[in-house]
Each structure stands twice: as C-alpha cells, then as structure tokens.
Design a protein around this ligand. Structure first.
Ligand SMILES: Nc1ncnc2c1ncn2[C@@H]1O[C@H](COP(=O)(O)OP(=O)(O)OP(=O)(O)O)[C@@H](O)[C@H]1O
Ligand SMILES: Nc1ncnc2c1ncn2[C@@H]1O[C@H](COP(=O)(O)OP(=O)(O)OP(=O)(O)O)[C@@H](O)[C@H]1O
Ligand SMILES: [Mg+2]
Ligand SMILES: [Mg+2]
Lengths: 258, 258
C-alpha cells in the first residue's frame, strides 16, 4: 500500500526541503519506489534535484481541476525517485481555491488515482513554511506528518503550533487518520549548549516521536543544491549524508507493523 | 516624517526576525523612535522581545476592521522601541480578508493614523516567510523593503522572486512609491567558499542595493531569543551584535537625502 507522508513545519528554514530530498533519495536507494511532490512555490525541491520549474508542469492546474496530477510526474534520473515539480503559480492557488467548497480536499482528490495505482511505496509532500491552504491540503491528504526542526529556540517555540494543528485536523474530521510520523532534529551542532538543550526539551515532550538520528550541521548539505543533486549523491561520506542514510533506515524500521 | 520599512523574504529562516529585532533596537539606541510590527502568526519578534502573544493584542482585529491599530502598541522596556505583537489568529486573517474588496489596502489604512501621528521615525514590519496576502499588505503599506538573505544557494535562488514582485507592485499601481531599501547578507561564514560566492553573486546583480555590512553567523544571535532579549542587549560585544550596530548606522546614513 502507498503511504503519503507530509514534510511540514511553519517555521522557515528548518530543513524541510533538505530532509525531503535526501530522505527520498535514501529510501529509493533502499529499493523503495518514491514520489516527491514539491508544493512550495519557491520550488527548492525541484531545483535541488536539478529540474526546471516550468509553467504548467506542477500540481497547480490539477489543484484547479484542469488536469490530472499524474501528467506532472517527472523522472529525476535517480533510480526509484520521481518528482512532481513546483512552479511560481502555486503561490496564487491558495486565493483561487479558497473561494470554493471543500477546498481542503483538493489535493486528496487529485492524489487518489496516483495512490490507487500502487506505483509508489512512499509519496513525500514538501511543504512551504506556513499553515495556509496548501499545507492544510497536504495534512488532509497525508497518512503521517514528518516534522523537521532545527535545534534552535524559535523552531522549538513553533513546534507546539503544528502539533496542535494535527490534533485539530484529527478531531474535526478533516483527516481522522493523520498521525505524527516523527520529529527529525536538524542542523545539530554538538559543540553548542543550545542545541543539546533543544534536543533534550523536544525529547522530554515528545519521547519516542523523536527520531534517534540527529542530522548534524554540515556545510556539504548546503553546497549540494547548487549542483542540483542530493547531498547523499554529492558526497556520500559526509556526516550529513551518512545521517540521512541512517534516518532512512530508521524510517523504514518504524514502518514495519509493531 | 515616518518611514515604513517591510522586512520580507519568502525564503524561510534567512534572518528576517533576527534582523528586525536587532536593527530596531540599534536604531532606537541611536535616538530613533521605532515601532516594530509583528505580522508573522509564529510571533517570533514578539517572543524574541520577551512579550506574550495574547489573543486580541495583535493587528488581527484591526485588519478585520474591528479595532484601531494604535490600541495594540506595547512598550518593550527598551528605550525608543515599541511593538505591535503577533497572535496565532493572524494565520486565519488571509482567508478572512481574501473575500473582501481592496483587501490589499487593509494594513495601509489601519497604519495611516499611526504614521500621521508622527510619533515614530521608523516603522518596521516583520513578515512571515511567504508572498501571501499578509506580506502583500505589508508591501502595499511600505515605503521601502529590506530583504535579509542568508549566504546559501536556496536563498539566492529565491531573491529574484521577491524583487520581481516589488516591480509588479510598483507597476500595477498597488504601491507606486515602493522601492528596495537594501539587501542584508546574513549568516555569513567567511570560512566557506559558498558564502563568498553567494555574496559576490548578489553584489554582481544588485550592486549598491547590498548593504556593506555583512551579518556573520554567530551562536550568540541564536541564544538571545531564549532569554527574550535582543542579541545586542544579550551580548553587545559579540560579532553579531557589532554587525547590527554597524548596519543601523549604514541604514541611517542611507536615509539622509543624497
Ligand atoms: N543539516 C544541515 N546543515 C547545514 N545546513 C543545512 C542543513 N540542512 C539544511 N541546511 C541549509 O539550511 C537552509 C534551509 O534549509 P531548507 O531550505 O532545506 O529548509 P526549509 O525548511 O525547506 O526552508 P523553507 O522554510 O524556506 O521551505 C538551506 O540553505 C540548506 O541548504
Ligand atoms: N547571523 C546569524 N547567525 C546564526 N544564527 C542566526 C543568525 N541570524 C539568525 N539566526 C538563527 O537562524 C534561525 C532563523 O532566523 P530567523 O528566525 O530570524 O529567520 P526568519 O527569516 O525570520 O525565519 P522565518 O522565515 O521562519 O520567519 C533562528 O533560529 C535564528 O536564531
Ligand atoms: Mg523548503
Ligand atoms: Mg521570522
């Protein structure tokens, strides 16, 4: 069965896209068929994989009901990894669909045939830094939510906001099956006391939801997007890449029924 | 006369809030009367100054036309610096005002009496990481736009998006007087080649728009929000604080008519 996992956190710059790209690549390396959907008008997941943000190639027209979503699936050149790219038009879709009925179910409906096809084991949704209509659509369509969070004060402060939103979405019937896949600590710098304090604080509140794997702060992770390839391809021996390989293993082990 | 300066960049985590808080504090230190308006539902500028995000205390009710904005002005305890705090409700204001006429002028209209009072020399608008309706309102209300950008690839890629938006806003009449105050390079780490390449690239395209002052990556800047005080107060001798003092001087020197 296909699992849909949203990668979201309204706090900006916490490593959502870096996690989505590198986790997707590592899961594909481990034999999973993965689809990455770039829902951010900035299109960082698209350019981070070396693909263009062409007009009409994103989920935009499908969200407006004018096209099937599977028409936008691109090959990334990475075995087992496909992408639905973003385009700048996506920034306008929120206002356009806000005026219609059941606007929160748009993504669920256009994803349904892709999920039903069974072509993919995992569909990852890379979200923009907000809790607006696009992200709400992603949370409505997802089975689980992966929350990347950097080890800094503002990110810690924002965590309760998205966790509370998940509770509301489950309780008000928008998506009763939604649960938290896990919390991934990113840009961890073991030399700073603040990073250790934030990790301790998140583990204290969220316990087993926090992945054991900590993603270290790593310059190589910031260099890879400039070459349009995942960090795990750019330098598969750097600390950041090794951490994402480990995260993918931990992610798959969690999938197995208890 | 009162100047309104929006601090915006749709790329997340580039240092908008850190720049808004520390620049505002340094400008106040130099004798300016400053008002900081937190337009981000996350409310990082509010908590970064040690204030609470209370229901009803933000610009939210004023944007809905139910209250005057000046009723929300708080004292920060810092001489010369006042704040209009954020609240989580702000996340809902976009959908609520999207259905009404002239929804892009809401903030301009509620700010007008505050601007006309002449009580403040500078009003800074801290924006969420998006190009949605709240940010559009900020760009419609602003005289100038300050764009913080971190010295990394994705931030560089997103710069043209907001610069093109400014051009559109000027040309389509939403705000013909809007111009770019400047581009502030943040989280600069002189040891990495990528940071130097990004600075060179931005200077090549935007020339004098780029502030001379580079804000270095500095752990002290990440620690200060946990104590609810600006970094320039928390440790006024750290490299980050000294850079913001310099930025404030450069900002004021640019204000003087040529
Ligand atoms: N572990 C890491 N170590 C160092 N830098 C990192 C790491 N992870 C991500 N980065 C860098 O930090 C910046 C923010 O990461 P990224 O863009 O993935 O975050 P995001 O949450 O997707 O941002 P947005 O909120 O804009 O969508 C990028 O420049 C990225 O290259
Ligand atoms: N010069 C700097 N050196 C090191 N860390 C910094 C620096 N400036 C900001 N930070 C840290 O980086 C993170 C992002 O900064 P900040 O929250 O100010 O960005 P933002 O653009 O306002 O984010 P958002 O897009 O979520 O509004 C914060 O944890 C902050 O403490
Ligand atoms: Mg992203
Ligand atoms: Mg901010």
């Amino acid at each position: 069965a296909t699992r849909v996992v949203a990668v979201a956190n309204q706090k900006g710059g916490v490593g959502k896209t870096t996690t989505a790209i590198n986790l997707a690549t590592c899961l594909a390396d481990q034999g999973q068929q993965v689809l990455l959907v770039d829902l951010d008008p900035q299109g960082n997941a698209t350019s981070g994989l070396g693909l263009d943000k062409e007009e009409g190639r994103s989920a935009y027209y499908a969200l407006l009901g004018q096209r099937r979503l599977d028409a936008s699936i691109l090959d990334t050149g990475i075995q087992g990894l496909s992408l639905i790219p973003a385009e700048p038009n996506l920034a306008g879709v929120e206002v356009e669909i806000a005026r219609s009925d059941r606007y929160l179910e748009r993504l669920t409906r256009i994803l349904a045939p892709v999920v039903a096809s069974g072509e993919f084991d995992i569909i990852l949704l890379d979200c923009p830094p907000s809790l607006g209509i696009l992200v709400m659509n992603a949370l409505a369509a997802a089975d689980t939510l992966l929350i990347p969070i950097q080890c800094e004060y503002y990110a810690l402060e924002g965590l309760s906001m998205i966790v509370q939103l998940v509770e509301r979405i489950r309780r008000n019937g928008t998506n009763p099956r939604l649960r938290i896949e896990g919390i991934v600590m990113t840009m961890y710098d073991s030399r700073t006391r603040l990073a250790r304090q934030v990790v301790d604080e998140v583990k204290k509140h969220f316990g087993d939801l926090v992945f054991e794997t900590l993603i270290p702060r790593s310059i190589r992770l910031t260099e890879a997007p400039g070459f349009g390839i995942p960090a795990v391809t750019y330098d598969n021996r750097c600390t950041g890449a090794l951490a994402y390989v480990q995260l993918a293993e931990e992610f798959l082990n969690r999938q197995r029924p208890a």
